[in-house]
Every structure is written in structure tokens, then in C-alpha cells.
Ligand binder design. Structure first.
Ligand SMILES: Nc1ncnc2c1ncn2[C@@H]1O[C@H](COP(=O)(O)OP(=O)(O)OP(=O)(O)O)[C@@H](O)[C@H]1O
Ligand SMILES: [Mg+2]
Length: 318
């Protein structure tokens, strides 16, 4: 499969500062790719190069098969870009704003009203179409900015912190929109500091630090690589003592922690730290059940993005 975004040995220096330092990365078509890393890691710089706003110092990048250096116009047609700032649009209504960007993308005037209306409905702003942009809340502005990236129906969305500064509800709305857009067939490459969002919606994750990619792949694979132990959550109806003894006898179990115990009842929740493969995880469950332990919940923790992030990055500041 050819990747829809391909970055090869990308370097960007600002004077003496190296913001992007030999970054290579591939994003497959249809992915929701989370680009994470500490402040100053080079995320925005990488995205500005991908969107042809800035030339790299060296290296190459391709979007939808087009080189950002040799075919910037084709790249621009293939992408929708949401920058990390909204800009100032005094005295423009929501409708005028979308219509303006539609015109920038050379969408014929006759086609724009239907497109604008569809986009406003998609981001749930149809009821605000005649309001001034400056009067919108931050969450609404972010949704409007997202709508604007879609005007020319691009294949790839490059979104720089689309959910920054939003309240929990607004954040979840953006998250759901991204999933919806992926369902519509768009590839999404977005930067974020909200690791819970990454764990929740991303198909792939790239962690960048000091201009270098320090980890990339599926979250589960990354977790397996970076974390020596897997974490399994087990809930029992009863027989806590027997369960602990049974688990202690399993090879690879490093620690069993009781995280919750209901007084009076036998119900308890355990976290088992364990090193081993999938077959071994299923063997643990089979073993517990064979010992007559009433297991009501058994799941592996794959959402611990924060720990993955802390292990992948070292706290280097460029
Ligand atoms: N126009 C510029 N001129 C000089 N230095 C710059 C410029 N833009 C960015 N930098 C520097 O390049 C480095 C990478 O910045 P960049 O904005 O790409 O990081 P980022 O990962 O997007 O960070 P954040 O999470 O804070 O948005 C930083 O050290 C930054 O100060
Ligand atoms: Mg940035």
C-alpha cells in the first residue's frame, strides 16, 4: 500500500535552531494519525511543510503522491489545513467566512451555497450562519475552522491542535467529528496534547521530540514495546485470596494489585502486571476460570497513552 503522506529525512532549521531533525514518517490512507510531542518538538513546523506553507531545509515530503516542493499546487488541492490559530475575521458572518474560503479554493459561485450549507450542518453551526464569526465561542470557531478545511472536499486533513483550549463537551464534539470525517474516507493527520483523544480515536500514533520521531505505530504495539509489563484488569465476584494465589503461580506475573474491594461482598478489582504475549494472556484467564474463580471482567489496558508518552520522550527541550 502506498502511503498517502510520506515524509523523508525532513530537516528544518531556523538559523541555528534545528526544529525538525531528519524526520521520516508514513501515514496510510484512511488513518487517523495522532502527532504528539512536547511543546517545541517540531509538530507545527512539520505540518507547515506538509501544507506547502514553508519549504524544508532538506528532505522531501509527499501528500497524495505529490511532492510538496515540486507540486505544491496539487498538494494544496489534496489537503485541508487547519492552523493552530484562528485569525481575525472582523465583521464577517459565519456564512461569509465559509463562502470566502470556498472562493479561495475556486469553487464556482453557483455551487457554494449548497456546499456551505452542508458543511455548516456537518459541524452543527447552521443555526449560527448569520452570526458574526467573532461572536462565536472558541468551540464553535474550531468547528467552523474545520468546516472551512473541507470546502474543496480534500482527501487529507492536516489539523494543528484542533481541540486545544476546548471544554470537555466541545472537545468530544471535535473528536466525534474527526471520526465521522474518517468514516467519510478522509485521512486525518492531527497534532494534539490531549492524549486521551489519541487513545480514543487514533489508528496510529507518532511521537516526536526535539525534531525527531521517537516512536511510531499502532498504540497497542507501541505500548508493548515501551512498557515492560502489560496491565490486565480483572474483576472477581468472590475468592480474592484464591485468585491472588492462583495469579502468583503464573510465570510472567510481576505484580498483583487490589485496586478496589467492596466491603462485606467478595467483589474485588485487580490490576495484574504481566510480561507475555496474547496467548499467555488468554492462558491466565483460562487458568483463573479453571481454578473456579468467578471472573466477571477481564481486559487489557491499552489506553495508558500517558505512560507511553512519558516513556517515549525524555523531556528534551529544543
Ligand atoms: N518562525 C520561527 N522562527 C524561529 N524559530 C521557530 C519558528 N517557528 C518555530 N520555531 C522553533 O522551532 C521549534 C519547533 O517549533 P514548533 O512550533 O514546530 O513546535 P510544536 O511541536 O508545534 O510545539 P507546540 O506543541 O508548542 O505547538 C521550537 O523550538 C520553536 O521555537
Ligand atoms: Mg505547534
Amino acid at each position: 500500500m502506498t502511503p498517502i503522506i510520506e515524509i523523508k529525512d525532513l530537516v528544518k532549521t531556523y538559523g541555528k535552531l534545528t526544529a525538525v531533525s531528519g524526520l521520516s514518517l508514513q501515514v496510510q490512507s484512511g488513518a487517523i494519525f495522532g502527532f504528539v510531542g512536547p511543546n517545541g518538538a517540531g509538530k507545527t513546523t512539520t505540518m507547515r511543510i506538509l501544507t506547502t506553507l514553508m519549504a524544508p531545509t532538506s528532505g522531501e515530503a509527499y501528500v497524495a503522491g505529490y511532492s510538496v516542493i515540486k507540486n505544491p499546487r496539487d498538494v494544496r488541492r489534496a489537503i485541508g489545513y487547519m492552523p493552530d490559530f484562528f485569525g481575525v475575521y472582523d465583521d464577517m458572518t459565519v456564512w461569509e467566512y465559509l463562502d470566502f474560503f470556498g472562493a479561495c479554493y475556486e469553487i464556482p459561485e453557483a455551487k457554494r451555497p449548497a456546499i456551505n450549507q452542508d458543511l455548516l450542518e456537518l459541524v452543527d453551526l447552521a443555526h449560527r450562519r448569520d452570526d458574526r464569526v467573532e461572536a462565536l465561542s472558541r468551540g464553535m470557531k474550531q468547528r467552523l475552522a474545520l468546516a472551512r478545511t473541507l470546502a474543496h472536499d480534500p482527501q487529507v486533513l492536516i489539523l494543528d491542535e484542533p481541540a486545544s483550549g476546548l471544554d470537555p463537551r466541545a472537545r468530544i464534539e471535535i473528536r466525534e467529528l474527526l471520526v465521522e470525517l474518517a468514516r467519510m474516507g478522509k485521512t486525518i493527520f492531527f497534532s494534539t496534547h490531549i492524549l486521551a483523544d489519541v487513545a480514543e480515536i487514533c489508528t496510529d500514533v507518532g511521537i516526536v521530540e526535539a525534531g525527531k520521531l521517537v516512536a511510531v505505530g499502532k498504540l497497542e504495539d507501541m505500548q508493548r514495546r515501551l512498557m515492560p509489563h502489560r496491565r490486565i484488569h480483572v474483576t472477581l465476584l468472590d475468592k480474592l485470596t484464591e485468585a491472588r494465589a492462583a495469579l502468583a503461580a503464573v510465570e510472567g506475573v510481576a505484580e498483583v494489585e487490589v485496586v478496589e474491594q467492596v466491603e462485606g461482598a467478595g467483589r474485588a478489582r485487580l490490576v495484574v502486571e504481566y510480561a507475555g504475549d496474547d496467548a499467555a494472556v488468554s492462558a491466565i484467564l483460562a487458568w483463573l476460570v479453571a481454578q473456579g474463580i468467578p471472573v466477571v471482567h477481564f481486559s487489557e489496558d491499552v489506553r495508558d497513552m500517558e505512560e507511553v508518552f512519558m516513556r517515549a520522550t525524555k523531556g528534551i527541550v529544543s
